[in-house]
Design a protein around this ligand. Structure first.
Ligand SMILES: *[C@@H]1O[C@H](CO)[C@@H](O)[C@H](O)[C@H]1NC(C)=O
Ligand SMILES: *[C@@H]1O[C@H](CO)[C@@H](O)[C@H](O)[C@H]1NC(C)=O
Ligand SMILES: *[C@@H]1O[C@H](CO)[C@@H](O)[C@H](O)[C@H]1NC(C)=O
Ligand SMILES: *[C@@H]1O[C@H](CO)[C@@H](O)[C@H](O)[C@H]1NC(C)=O
Length: 359
C-alpha cells in the first residue's frame, strides 16, 4: 500500500514536470504578428493613414501616409525580412490608400448631411506555434465601434454591427478572399517567420516590483504594486492577505502598458476600508521569467509620534538628568568637605565653580 502511494506520488510529480516543460515550450514557440491600420478621412478625402506591424508585442515596422515610407525598427530586421519584401509592402500600402478611402466612403454613405472625419480601423493578425499556423483574425471598426470580423481564413464573416450587413457581401467575394489568403501567407506569416528565424524580438526579462502603502487621515489605507521592465507582456498581479484571507476593498489596475524600451509596465492598487489595519497584505507576481510566483509583502504602518508619550518621556529624561546632577554635586561637595574642612558652605551655583577649581 505504502509503495503504491509513493509510486503514485512520484508519478504525478513527474507528470507535473512534463506539463511545466510543455508550457515553457509553448511559450517559446508561440508567436503573434499583428498589423494595425488606422485611416482617418471624410467621405471624399483621406486625411491620414498609419499602419504598424507588431510581433510578440514589439512594434517592428510602421507606415505613414505623410511620406509613404515604411520605417523598420532595426537594421537586423530589415536584413532578415529582405529589402525586396519591404519595398513590396511599401508599394502595396501606397496603392491601398485609395481603398481605405473607398471603404470609409462606403461605410458612411448614409451620412450625407454632415461632412466630418471618420476613423476606420482594420486589425489583421496571425499566430504561429512552431511552424503550425494557429489562427488569423481580421476585424473592421469605424469610429471606435466594431463592425465585422472573421477569425479563420476559411471561416465566415461575423457581423458585429447591423450597419455592416451589406459590407459583408463585399468582403465575401472571391477576389477579397484570395487577397486575404495571399496577404496572410506572404506578409503576416511570411515576414514573421523570416524575422524570428534568426532572433527573438527581445530578450526575456523578469519584472522589477515595487510595493508601497499610504495611510490617509480619514482612516482609508491604499496599497500599490508596480511591476515594470518585464518581457514578454503576459503577467499576473494580485493581492493576498495572510494565508488565504479574503480581500475587501476597491481594486484598480493601469492595464499593461508599454515602456519605451519594449518592456512592459503594470500597476495595481487596492484601497481598503477604515477599520482594517492593513497588516498581512502582499502583492503576488507571476511571470514566465519567474520560477514560482513571487510574494512582495506590503510595508507595515510607519510608527507614529503620538504627542503625550513623547512629551512624558522627554520630561522623564529631564528629571533623571537633573537628579543625577544633584546627586553628583552633593557627592562632590561631601568629598571636598572631607579634603578641606575650612571651605565654607556655598550656594548651589558656586559649588560647580569650586568643583572646577579643585581639579
Ligand atoms: C540569419 O541567419 C542566416 C542563416 O543562418 C544568416 O545568413 C544571416 O546572416 C542571419 N541574419 C542575422 C541578422 O542574424
Ligand atoms: C479632418 O481632419 C483634418 C486634419 O485634422 C482637418 O484638417 C479637416 O478640416 C477635417 N475635416 C473635417 C470635415 O472636419
Ligand atoms: C444605409 O441605409 C440603408 C437603407 O436604409 C441601410 O440598408 C444600410 O444598412 C445603411 N448603411 C449604413 C452603413 O448605415
Ligand atoms: C479617504 O480619503 C481618500 C483620499 O482622499 C479617498 O480616496 C477615500 O475614498 C476616503 N475614504 C473614505 C471612507 O471617505
Amino acid at each position: 500500500m505504502m509503495n503504491w502511494r509513493r509510486g503514485r506520488g512520484s508519478f504525478s510529480s513527474w507528470l507535473l514536470v512534463v506539463v511545466l516543460l510543455a508550457l515553457r515550450e509553448i511559450q517559446t514557440a508561440h508567436h503573434k504578428h499583428e498589423m494595425k491600420h488606422t485611416a482617418v478621412g471624410t467621405s471624399r478625402t483621406l486625411v491620414d493613414l498609419i499602419t504598424v506591424g507588431i510581433i510578440d508585442d514589439v512594434q517592428w515596422a510602421s507606415y505613414y501616409k505623410s511620406n509613404h515610407q515604411i520605417v523598420v525598427k532595426a537594421a537586423w530586421i530589415t536584413e532578415a525580412v529582405g529589402m525586396n519584401l519591404i519595398e513590396e509592402m511599401r508599394h502595396l500600402m501606397q496603392n491601398h490608400e485609395g481603398d481605405f478611402q473607398s471603404v470609409i466612403h462606403y461605410l458612411t454613405r448614409n451620412d450625407t448631411k454632415t461632412e466630418r472625419n471618420h476613423t476606420l480601423q482594420i486589425h489583421f493578425d496571425c499566430e504561429l506555434d512552431g511552424n503550425i499556423q494557429l489562427s488569423s483574425l481580421i476585424k473592421y471598426g469605424l469610429d471606435g465601434e466594431d463592425l465585422i470580423q472573421i477569425d479563420k481564413l476559411e471561416g465566415h464573416w461575423v457581423v458585429l454591427n447591423p450597419s455592416a450587413h451589406s459590407f459583408k457581401l463585399i468582403l465575401e467575394n472571391a477576389f477579397s478572399t484570395e487577397m486575404r489568403k495571399l496577404y496572410n501567407q506572404k506578409y503576416c506569416v511570411g515576414a514573421m517567420q523570416k524575422i524570428l528565424q534568426n532572433s527573438s524580438m527581445k530578450e526575456n526579462l523578469p519584472p522589477e516590483v515595487y510595493v508601497s502603502r499610504r495611510d490617509f487621515p480619514n482612516g482609508t489605507i491604499s496599497f500599490s504594486c508596480t511591476a515594470t521592465g518585464f518581457y514578454p507582456r503576459s503577467i499576473l498581479l494580485h493581492w493576498k492577505k495572510g494565508i488565504e484571507g479574503a480581500i475587501w476593498g476597491k481594486e484598480s489596475s493601469s492595464g499593461t502598458l508599454p515602456n519605451s524600451d519594449d518592456t512592459f509596465y503594470l500597476r495595481i492598487s487596492l484601497e481598503i476600508p477604515p477599520g482594517d489595519t492593513g497588516t498581512g497584505y502582499a502583492c503576488v507576481v507571476d511571470h514566465s521569467q519567474l520560477e514560482t510566483p513571487a510574494v512582495y509583502p506590503v510595508p507595515e504602518k510607519p510608527p507614529q509620534w503620538n504627542f503625550w508619550p513623547v512629551a512624558l518621556s522627554i520630561l522623564l529624561a529631564a528629571i533623571l538628568t537633573i537628579s543625577c546632577f544633584v546627586v553628583f554635586t552633593k557627592w562632590m561637595k561631601r568629598k571636598s568637605g572631607r579634603t578641606s574642612q575650612a571651605q565654607p558652605e556655598v550656594p548651589f551655583p558656586s559649588s560647580v565653580t569650586s568643583v572646577t577649581h579643585l581639579q
